[in-house]
Design a protein. Structure first.
Length: 201
């Protein structure tokens, strides 16, 4: 496969590694800034892509910041692909949204539904009957248990968890190591165990 990658930060570096390891061709990297590691700058880095350019290549969105993800998607033609690493596991009954990235050893089980442009980093776990919104980010070793409902643009820090049947509204952030034990109604940043807004602890 041939891919155009959008971004030049940490997510893009990781995606370049995955694609090159599996012998995929990276036809271009779209970014206004170079990689911060010179070893990646031998790639074809361009500031902007024109409509119809690289017609045989699919697009992969490799950007961490949610607001920039949405802007890039809006500004470019709809050739977005989904990337699932060969060491990820996705149930045949699960649904993965367009433009999402599934890293090594992430898993989506049962009838879970992952929204569009969502990133599951290494060792993320989404067991049965979960729903995530669009543009969510799951950091390494984060997990949501069964029957959770996660809104759009939510962020889960490293090793954060939701117990079963938790609902989180859009724009919620779960800090590293936090364990969410009950649903909330308004978006906030959750800390600790049991997870709660900092001012409430």
């Amino acid at each position: 496969m041939k891919y155009v990658i959008f971004g030049s930060g940490g997510v893009a570096q990781e995606l370049v590694d995955f694609l090159q390891q599996d012998q995929h061709e990276i036809t271009a990297v779209v970014s206004k800034t170079p990689f911060n590691d010179e070893r990646y700058n031998n790639l074809n880095i361009i500031g902007k892509i024109s409509v119809g350019e690289f017609p045989d290549s699919r697009f992969l969105l490799a950007v961490g910041e949610i607001k920039y993800k949405k802007l890039i998607v809006q500004e470019n033609e709809d050739r977005w692909d989904t990337y699932v690493h060969r060491n990820a596991f996705v149930s045949k009954y699960a649904t993965i949204g367009r433009g999402s990235l599934l890293y090594p050893f992430s898993c989506v089980l049962g009838k879970s539904k992952i929204g569009k442009f969502t990133t599951l980093n290494v060792h993320c776990s989404v067991p049965h009957d979960n729903i995530t919104g669009d543009y969510c980010t799951f950091s390494p070793y984060s997990a949501i248990m069964g029957h959770c409902n996660i809104g759009d643009e939510c962020f889960f820090g490293v090793s954060s968890y939701c117990i079963p049947k938790v609902t989180l509204p859009a724009f919620t952030k779960v800090s590293a190591g936090a364990i969410v034990r009950k649903s909330i109604n308004e978006p906030t940043i959750l800390y600790g165990d049991p997870a709660a807004p900092r001012q409430a602890r």
